[in-house]
Design a binder for this molecule. Structure first.
Ligand code: 13P
Length: 237
């Protein structure tokens, strides 16, 4: 199974960030990335330019969301077909920052299905809050999210386990907790689905996280904004 190193730029960047893929490739050329897929997920307005900037560099581009419908009267929304039309091949769905804004498992599921219909690989995000972890509910919460957020009858998707309390906080889950959760997720999704860890992944902790059984890559926020950091994380995979 190929390791996926995915950068989620969230609401960061500008037009001139299309220089970043070349910067990444200078630091870690594609010939040194055997067995690793690299993905960058910029904000919607930059998708097409990023896809162009990634041509020939063996770096994939994805969106951070997509709408469940292909087209229609949905002001401000972007369909999976439009994302694919821009040259992207992945779409993140159900990120906890969108769940916090009211998105449900069912929304994430419909978006994941829309992504698959459009030929994109959805990265379906799941993860417990600190309250849920402290109440001993982490495994059951994540299991419930996966059962409700993964569309039936498809297998080309990625799961990203991102404990909400570890996102952007500098707090990282213990390796033993990551292993326990990823083993649990493996039991639900089967042998062929990539399971990423996300939440304050940095060059300094990536090696141990990526060496953990059933961790098939990382979804990286803050540290993906600097190509030197993203490349260092990819190198440690
Ligand atoms: P950080 O790496 O900044 O904690 O963000 C993780 C994340 O939310 C990636 O989707």
């Amino acid at each position: 199974m190929r390791t996926l190193i995915a950068g989620n730029w969230k609401m960061h960047g500008s037009k001139d960030w299309s220089r970043k893929p070349a910067e990444f490739d200078e630091t870690l050329p594609s010939r040194q990335r055997t067995g690793i897929d690299v993905l960058i997920c910029p904000p919607f307005p930059y998708l097409a330019a990023m896809a162009k900037a990634c041509e020939g560099l063996d770096i994939a581009v994805g969106s951070q969301d997509c709408h469940a419908n292909s087209s229609g009267a949905h002001t401000g929304e972007t369909s999976a077909e439009m994302v694919a039309d821009c040259g992207a091949t992945y779409a993140i769905v159900g990120h906890s920052e969108r769940r916090a804004a009211g998105e449900s498992d069912s929304d994430a599921c419909q978006k994941a299905e829309a992504a698959l219909r459009a030929g994109l690989i959805p990265i379906i995000c799941v993860g417990e809050t600190l309250e849920q972890r402290e109440a001993g509910e982490a495994l059951s919460v994540v299991e419930g999210q996966i059962k409700e957020s993964v569309p039936y009858g498809y297998d080309d998707y990625v799961i990203a386990y991102e404990p909400v309390w570890a996102i952007g906080t500098g707090k990282v889950a213990e390796i033993s907790d990551i292993k326990e959760m990823h083993d649990h997720i493996r039991g639900i999704v089967g042998a062929n689905t990539r399971i990423l860890y996300g939440g304050s992944v940095k060059p300094g902790n990536a090696k141990d996280i990526l060496a953990t059984e059933n961790v098939n890559g990382a979804l990286i926020g803050g540290a993906s904004l600097e190509m030197a950091d993203l490349a260092a994380i990819a190198r440690s995979a």
